[in-house]
Design a protein around this ligand. Structure first.
Ligand code: GDP
Length: 297
C-alpha cells in the first residue's frame, strides 16, 4: 500500500501513459511501439533501456502471438520485472557486526536513509550502531545524532575534521564490545575531488576488511530519484570509486521519474536494495522487483 502511494506520481506518468496508449490502439504496429517507447523515456527509464524493453516486447509479441492490449501490458510488466530481478536486490547482513557503508552526494537523503534503515533493522530485532564517518561537515554528525536519538540506537562520532578511518575503527570496536548486529556507517558526500573520495572510501573499506573479515559488507549508494538521469551519472562516478553492492533510491514519492529504477538496473547492473517513499521513519522499503513492477501500472 505504501509502495503504491509512493509510486503514485510515477504511475501517473508511466502506467497511465502506457495505458492511454494501449486503450486507443487498433493493432500492434510501429506507431504503437514508438508511443510506448516515448512513454518509457518520459518516465526516465532512459533511451537505451527503453529501446531494450521495446525490443524485448517485439520478441514476446511475435513468439506468443500477442494481440490484445492486456497481453501487451502484461508483457511489458514481465520485461520490467525481469530487468529488476537480474541484479541482487537482497540486503546481506551476516557477521557480528554486519557492515553497511553508505555513500552518496550531499542532499540525496543519505542521513535520512541511514536513520530509516536503523529503524527497520531494529524492528527486526537487530542491535544497530551508527558510525558518523562524514567528519567533513559538523552538521552531518549532528543530523545523524538526531536520527540516532529518534530511533534509539548508539552512535559513534569524532570531532569535525577527524579521520573517517579512525571513526570506522572506533565504530567497529564499539560494535564488537556492545554486541551489535549491524554497523551502519555514514561517509562524506563530496564529489568535487574524485581522487580524494576514492582514496577515502578505499581506506575505510580496508579497515572493515581487516577488522571484520567474516562479516558481510554492503556498500550502498544513495541516489535521489527526483534527479532522474543525473542519478545515473552519479552511479557511474561512484562506481569508479567503490565497489557498490546496492542502491538506495530515495524520494520516489516526490517524482514521476520512477522509471530511473529500471535504467539503473539495466545500465549499471546494480541491484536496488531499498527505496524511500516519504520523509517519515517508516518510509523506507526493501526493494522487491515484482511488487515494484506491479505498482507501476
Ligand atoms: P543528506 O544530505 O544526503 O544526508 O540528505 P538528508 O538525509 O538530510 O535528506 C535531504 C532531504 O530529503 C530531507 O529533507 C529529507 O527529509 C528528504 N528525504 C530523504 N528521503 C526522502 C524520501 O524518500 N522521500 C521524501 N519525500 N523526502 C526524503
Amino acid at each position: 500500500e505504501k509502495l503504491k502511494k509512493g509510486l503514485e506520481k510515477t504511475k501517473t506518468s508511466f502506467g497511465d501513459k502506457l495505458d492511454s496508449v494501449l486503450k486507443v490502439f487498433k493493432k500492434i504496429d510501429d506507431d504503437l511501439y514508438d508511443e510506448l517507447e516515448e512513454a518509457l523515456i518520459m518516465a526516465d527509464a532512459g533511451v537505451e533501456t527503453s529501446m531494450y524493453i521495446i525490443d524485448e516486447l517485439k520478441k514476446k509479441v511475435k513468439e506468443n502471438h500477442l494481440t490484445e492490449a492486456d497481453e501487451v501490458r502484461g508483457a511489458i510488466k514481465e520485461i520490467i520485472a525481469d530487468i529488476l530481478s537480474e541484479n541482487d536486490n537482497e540486503v546481506k547482513l551476516s557477521g557480528s557486526p554486519a557492515v553497511v557503508m553508505v555513500i552518496g552526494v550531499n542532499g540525496v537523503g543519505k542521513t535520512t536513509s541511514i536513520g530509516k534503515m536503523a529503524s527497520l533493522f531494529k524492528s527486526e530485532g537487530k542491535k544497530v550502531i551508527l558510525g558518523a564517518g562524514d567528519t567533513f561537515r559538523a552538521a552531518a554528525v549532528d543530523q545523524l545524532q538526531v536520527w540516532a536519538e529518534r530511533v534509539g540506537v548508539d552512535i559513534i562520532k569524532h570531532q569535525e575534521g577527524a579521520d573517517p578511518g579512525a571513526v570506522m575503527f572506533d565504530s567497529i570496536s564499539a560494535a564488537k564490545a556492545r554486541g551489535a548486529d549491524v554497523l551502519i556507517f555514514d561517509t562524506a558526500g563530496r564529489l568535487h575531488n574524485k581522487k580524494n573520495l576514492m582514496d577515502e572510501l578505499k581506506k575505510i573499506y580496508k579497515i572493515i576488511e581487516r577488522e571484520l573479515p567474516n562479516s558481510s559488507k554492503e556498500v550502498l549508494l544513495v541516489l535521489d530519484a527526483t534527479t532522474g538521469q543525473n542519478a545515473l551519472s552519479q552511479a557511474k562516478l561512484f562506481g569508479e570509486a567503490a565497489d557498490i553492492t546496492g542502491i538506495v533510491l530515495t524520494k520516489l514519492d516526490g517524482t514521476a521519474k520512477g522509471g530511473i529504477v529500471i535504467a539503473i538496473g539495466h545500465e549499471q547492473k546494480i541491484g536496488v536494495k531499498f527505496i524511500g517513499v516519504g520523509e517519515g521513519v517508516d518510509d523506507l522499503q526493501k526493494f522487491n522487483a515484482q511488487d515494484f513492477a506491479d505498482a507501476l501500472f
